[in-house]
Design a protein around this ligand. Structure first.
Ligand code: CA
Length: 474
């Protein structure tokens, strides 16, 4: 290939938490194929999403902008497909582009994928077994059901597209898995994993939400009591004490979650082997991430949405032999909106000024700039959503602290319910309290820290052009 620009192979799963990957020190499973990427590349320990929920995070990744800018604030705000995205910019500069798998940014002519030479995506969440796909075509594409297991099928499509591509031109290929989104349906190959094992419980499984903002106790995300029979493939017992129910339901759902993850791991291995066999390993940036994290029984929860660590953190591992030293770990703050500018930077394509994220190419190379961000801004908009009754909030995370403001107002956003609550603040010292069990907002020892963090929060809001909630007047 005369064109020396790198290929970009971007694998993203849905709701795969970093603490279910052995390269992140998982206590509950092994992911040998994903570990190959980390061992031969870089693991990012502080990659965060700017809004921990599917559709908004995906829009942030594609556009490189915050959700108040791209308009995709909740699950009920499909993305306008006329927006500028990194695949469009790469394609304009001669890249071959394609996406296979989960899209979840809306369907139909205004919302289907654009900027791709080829695509096949699941409608909405899609199904694990014998899924229907929408294939690229006029009027938003055409539907066809494909027999098989969804993670295998998306991988098959990814590899057969690589077979068909023009080898003289670089490619940007997105392999976006539905797995491991709930409800969890493993394939036959992994169905018997963990059958006679007890999976270790997280230390905060029996969290009672004392000394936290009311939002924690009010969320309908508790393992067992707020699940439905599809989540655990059994009826929810109505006569079991809640602590016992949490432990029982945890064992049932986490095993299916990990079985579904095992299929992702196998299929990532197939792709890595394909790159090796076709001489593509050296000139391809391979990325594995998830659209956000997930609570694996942490705080007694499943799901995400909160700014707490397990939900906020995205797993991120990257291999690119030309610029990344094998086996390296980065602890700088990287965001989902940084992916677009990084990919453009590596391809030598100018980054438009509208993009709010920053290329972290210098981090790949092991030389973070002195002025790299030391704090990130987060906002969850979907107040009082019907499934999980979560509370709208925004906040700031630094390397040491996290300040959250539950402004608790739907603000007429689509997909929300007006459910008046009193706004509340939370502050966590992540060094002393990594599990975020102890809100120290009223602790006099942190008075000065609170002042500094609020100032920085409001500065970040000004910088990204978001509006402060009217009652946040400090
Ligand atoms: Ca997701």
């Amino acid at each position: 290939m005369n064109d020396n620009r790198p290929n970009i192979l971007f694998i993203m799963s849905d709701d795969h938490a970093a603490h279910a990957m052995s390269c992140y020190g998982s206590r509950i499973n092994r992911t040998p194929q994903l570990d190959r990427i980390a061992n031969d590349g870089m693991r990012f320990d502080n990659c965060f999403c700017t809004n921990s929920i599917c559709t908004p995070s995906r829009a942030g990744i594609l556009t490189g902008t915050y959700n108040h800018v791209n308009g995709v604030t909740t699950l009920a705000t499909p993305m306008d497909n006329r927006l500028t995205t990194y695949p469009k910019l790469l394609r304009e500069q001669g890249y071959q582009t394609a996406i296979f798998g989960k899209w979840h940014l809306g369907i139909g002519p205004q919302h289907c994928p654009t900027g791709f030479d080829d695509w096949a995506v699941l409608p909405g969440q899609g199904f694990y077994h014998n899924p229907e796909f929408i294939f690229k075509g006029p009027d938003g594409g055409s539907r066809r059901t494909i027999p098989g297991y969804v993670t295998d099928l998306i991988t098959d499509m990814t590899m057969s597209w690589m077979d068909k591509r023009d080898p003289e031109k670089p490619f940007c290929l997105m392999c976006h898995h539905k797995a491991p989104h709930r409800p969890w349906y493993p394939d036959e190959k992994h169905d018997a994993m963990y059958l006679n094992e007890t999976i270790p419980e997280p230390p905060t499984l029996q969290d009672d939400y004392a000394n936290r903002a009311a939002a924690a106790a009010e969320a309908h995300m508790r393992v067992g009591v707020h699940m439905n029979p599809l989540d655990i493939k059994a009826d929810i017992p109505n006569n079991m004490p809640e602590a016992e129910l949490r432990s029982w339901a945890y064992q049932r759902y986490i095993k299916d979650y990990l079985r579904v993850v095992a299929s992702i791991d196998d299929n990532v291995g197939r792709i890595l082997d394909y790159l090796d066999e076709n001489g593509l390993t050296d000139n391809t940036l391979i990325v594995y991430t998830s659209d956000q994290g997930f609570f694996l029984g942490d705080h007694g929860w499943y799901d995400k949405r909160f700014m707490y660590e397990e939900s906020l953190r995205m797993p991120l591992i990257m291999r690119y032999p030309r610029e990344i030293r094998p086996g390296t770990i980065n602890k700088d703050i990287v965001l989902n909106i940084d992916f677009a500018p990084l990919f453009l930077d590596l391809a030598g394509v100018p980054v438009p000024t509208e993009i709010q994220g920053s290329s972290f190419r210098a981090l790949l190379q092991g030389s973070p700039p002195d002025d790299w961000r030391r704090a990130m801004y987060y906002r969850y908009w979907m107040h009082g959503d019907q499934c999980h009754n979560t509370t709208a909030h925004y906040g700031i995370r630094t390397l040491r602290h996290k300040l959250i403001y539950y402004y608790a107002d739907a603000l007429d956003q689509p997909g929300t319910t007006a459910r008046p609550m009193t706004p509340e603040w939370e502050l966590f010292d992540l060094e002393k309290d990594p599990c975020e069990m102890n809100n120290v907002i009223n602790d006099p020892a942190y008075r000065q820290t609170v002042i500094e963090l609020k100032t920085e929060l409001h500065r970040l809001q000004d910088e990204v052009g978001d509006e402060r909630y009217p009652l946040d007047t400090d």
